[in-house]
Design a protein around this ligand. Structure first.
Ligand code: DC
Length: 240
């Protein structure tokens, strides 16, 4: 038996556990998801990376980011793969490792645009459901608890004030930051606006999600709280 199989998270009766982590950009989802995956012996899947890789392909080919039919055609010809890594997922776009190419501002903006298209979401959601079908995963995104896995055993919605999220993003950029903090906060607000107000699966907490606001918490504190939420839920499932 592997360590992951011995983990309490994987001894839940029925299929293995699914943890859904949703929330806006900069709320700390990636750090929390990574730490939960490590602590409970689960696979960490970052669904945003899939939207980003697809957006990169559209940008490379010069396809307009609101051109539904050409983007649907592109999706039909695209293979995306996510592989677990120590720090982040490795993302393979048609077999090419694009992990290092999808975190820049242009791709970030493009991902937010293509993710607003209903048919692209349907295509992505189906792939994400296949990836997580066996359980044993922490899946991070915007619609995991509401659309991709509404039956997930644990749902956490992470949020924080936009100024705090923007400053965290700015600090992550380090000394090479090319934008001012105000610009980072402005871009993040614009992306939030789009993610929260799109017609198809807008960003919102599932009715049964636990809300975790990290505005006044350090990332270590957020991780501790998230671990406690998961441990308590696993306790309930094991007891029940
Ligand atoms: O989490 P991220 O910043 O890597 O996500 C990139 C974009 O993809 C973001 O603007 C929202 C979108 N996204 C989504 O709509 N649904 C998901 N499950 C994950 C990401």
């Amino acid at each position: 038996m592997t360590d992951a199989e011995k983990s309490p998270a994987n001894r839940t009766p029925g299929r293995r556990i699914i943890i859904a982590i949703d929330g806006p950009a900069g709320a700390g989802k990636s750090t929390v998801a990574r730490c939960l995956a490590r602590r409970f012996g689960l696979l960490n899947l970052e669904t945003g990376a899939m939207y980003r890789a697809f957006a990169l392909k559209a940008l490379r080919l010069g396809i307009a980011l609101d051109a539904t039919a050409p983007l649907e055609q592109l999706a039909a010809e695209t293979t995306l793969r996510l592989e677990a890594g120590e720090q982040e997922n490795r993302v393979l776009l048609d077999g090419e490792d694009v992990t290092g190419l999808i975190r820049n501002p242009q791709v970030t903006d493009a991902a937010s645009r293509v993710s607003a298209l209903p048919s692209i979401r349907t295509w992505m959601v189906r792939q994400q459901q296949e990836l997580g079908a066996q359980g044993g995963v922490v899946m991070e995104g915007r619609d995991i608890g509401t659309v991709v896995f509404p039956e997930a055993e644990v749902k956490i919605f992470l949020d924080a004030a936009p100024e705090v999220r923007g400053m965290r993003r700015f600090e992550q950029m380090g000394p090479e930051a090319t934008a001012q903090p105000e610009e980072v906060i402005r871009d993040l607000r614009a992306r939030d606006e789009r993610d929260r107000n799109r017609a198809e699966s807008p960003l919102k907490p599932a009715p049964d999600a636990v809300l975790l606001d990290s505005t006044h918490l350090t990332l270590d504190e957020v991780v501790q709280k998230a671990e406690a939420i998961v441990a308590s839920r696993i306790g309930e499932l094991t007891a029940g």
